[in-house]
Ligand binder design. Structure first.
Ligand code: NAD
Length: 332
């Protein structure tokens, strides 16, 4: 099959492109490098079935020749990125999704939207099933991402109903793995980067807020299964293994054998307190389960970061001023 992956040079997109090529498909990766760079897919450039098309999908999306599937991943995803690019995020979630759906409609292709657990906002239901409509602040700073994704979901379902497009929605929960940008602001890359450099790990608030962490290979597997299924979704994809941010920081200090302390910095506005996916639907409809133990995924990610720190160092934003030491190792 010939597959278009928008946002294919990003963290998840690059792993998806690899998997598609490994399964024998041809891949057109469309990306404007808003939150990535060509280096993420540099190792694929010489592949005879891989093509990189550098363009902004919000401006339009035409791909010549047959297209069988469109995976639409293009969007800033880390809070630091979408707060830095608020209008671009709203635009790619709306106009970009529209253009990607138009391409699928014109080609008779399947379409998969990577939506997000952020559509649940700061949830009042725990764990979050797909039937929960969410608790999103529509005017807060995070709304540029949350509402763009909610609009994208509505648009995807409208194309399914009105234009007969085989269009589906998956809601991804926190995903991690090799090739994340060390400076992208998300908890795992930030903690690993800080731990490897012996800097304090900056946990927001008292670190009691939770996230559920899923290794990227499992998410890619879920995306492939969703494309092949006849279900429209939305379907949650994530690992129900829930940890507090303080536990995560302690875990990373241990795995990196770092001398770093763990300190507290202010929590951002509208930061969700708890996050855990209900994945019964993914199990039932897609026969999907997250198989990678979180610790194995963390070790793989740390190994990748060690390699890149050696090449790229120094990188990352300057450490923010710590407020309170939550957990001192006494080894600094
Ligand atoms: P990422 O930032 O690494 O990748 C996103 C890619 O989209 C980047 O390569 C970026 O350059 C590209 N992009 C952004 N705007 C574009 C535009 N206008 N035109 C073309 N390309 C554009 O993020 P990621 O973590 O790989 O996330 C991929 C998708 O999965 C996103 O849609 C995100 O919302 C969704 N998602 C990710 C997570 C997660 O934990 N990583 C969780 C929920 C949802």
């Amino acid at each position: 099959m010939r597959v278009v992956v928008t946002g294919g040079a990003g963290f998840i997109g690059s792993h998806l492109c690899e998997r598609l090529l490994a399964e024998g498909h041809s891949v057109v990766c469309v990306d404007n490098f808003a939150t990535s760079g060509p280096q993420t897919v540099a190792h694929l450039n010489d592949h005879p079935r891989f093509r990189l098309d550098c363009r902004d999908v919000s401006e339009g999306l035409s791909v010549s020749g047959q297209v069988d599937t469109v995976f639409h991943l293009a969007s800033p995803a880390s809070p630091a990125d979408y707060l830095r690019l608020p209008l671009e995020t709203l635009r790619v979630g709306s106009a970009g999704t529209w253009n990607a759906l138009d391409l699928a409609a014109a080609q008779g292709a399947r379409f998969v939207l990577t939506s997000t657990s952020e559509t649940y906002g700061d949830p009042t239901v725990h764990p979050q099933p797909e039937s929960y409509w969410g608790n999103v602040n529509p005017v807060g700073p995070r709304s540029v991402y949350d509402e763009a994704k909610r609009f994208g979901e509505a648009l995807t379902m409208a194309y399914r109903r009105e234009r007969g497009v085989d269009a589906k929605v998956v809601r991804l929960f926190n995903t991690f793995g090799p090739r994340m940008r060390p400076e992208d602001g998300r908890a795992i890359p930030t903690f690993i980067r800080q731990a490897l450099r012996g800097e304090p790990l900056t946990v927001t608030g008292d670190g009691s807020q939770t996230r559920s962490l899923c290794y990227v290979d499992d998410i890619v597997d879920g995306l492939m299964r969703m494309a092949d299924s006849s279900h429209s979704g939305p379907v949650n994809l994530g690992n129900p293994h829930e940890v507090t941010m303080l536990e995560l920081a302690q875990w990373i200090v241990k795995l990196t054998d770092s001398p770093s302390d763990i300190v507290s910095i202010p929590r951002p506005a509208d930061d969700p307190t708890r996050r855990r996916p209900a994945v019964d639907l993914a199990r039932e409809l897609l026969d999907w389960n997250p198989l990678t133990p979180v610790e194995h995924g963390l070790r793989e990610t740390i190994r990748d970061f060690r390699r890149r720190i050696d090449i790229d160092s120094p990188f990352g934003e300057p450490a923010r001023r710590p407020l309170t030491v939550l957990n001192g190792t006494g080894r600094r």
